[in-house]
Design a protein around this ligand. Sequence first.
Ligand code: GAR
Length: 215
Amino acid sequence: MARKRIAVLISGRGSNMAALIEAAGDPAYPADIALVLSNVPDAGGLAVAKAKGIATETVDHKSFGKDRDGFERAIQKCLDAHRIDYVCLAGFMRLFTPDFVRQWDGRMLNIHPSLLPAFKGLDTHERAIAEGAKLHGATVHFVVPEVDSGPIIVQAAVPVLKDDTPQTLAARVIKAEHRIYPLALRWLAEGRIRIVDGRCVVEGVDSADGLLVAP
Ligand code: GAR
């Protein structure tokens, strides 16, 4: 089966992007990172991707002002030009319009630094500590028009320790993120994910395997 062509969309350092690039370096992996696109011209991840010989594009949202449609049209043009099959949002900090999201229905993933549906939005580590959560983690899910929602593909849980700061907790969660994003993309690219009644069913994976408790 031909390897699927993936675009990774970033706004910052791109450590999840780097994890996906590393996974795709395995000839047995079913996907290639064909494009890294950022809305931030100096996003650290762009240089990392370039150094790996991966095509990069910048679509700076600031140059579009309030014209969200124009911004999304420019992104779609890049995705078309690179013949992208699936999009992975990896720390991409812009919200897409429902129309754009629907265009990629079932073909766009996001990683979020919490055990959704808990702690949608920003500052998830601060909020988990403030709430006294004992478990925290990360989620890879399909993107739907409603923010940080959409069928969950895989989650990883990590403990919240007594002396955790948002930084120490974030460091534990990001390691878990780097494990689950390549896994979710593998399942997607292998065509093993079906959505049944709004929930993901992964062929060959029972739901208990969906929860990885990181060391
Ligand atoms: C990751 O923790 C990701 O889950 C989060 O941003 C970070 C990006 O790090 N995404 C969101 O908060 C999306 N709402 P990275 O650039 O090193 O991959």
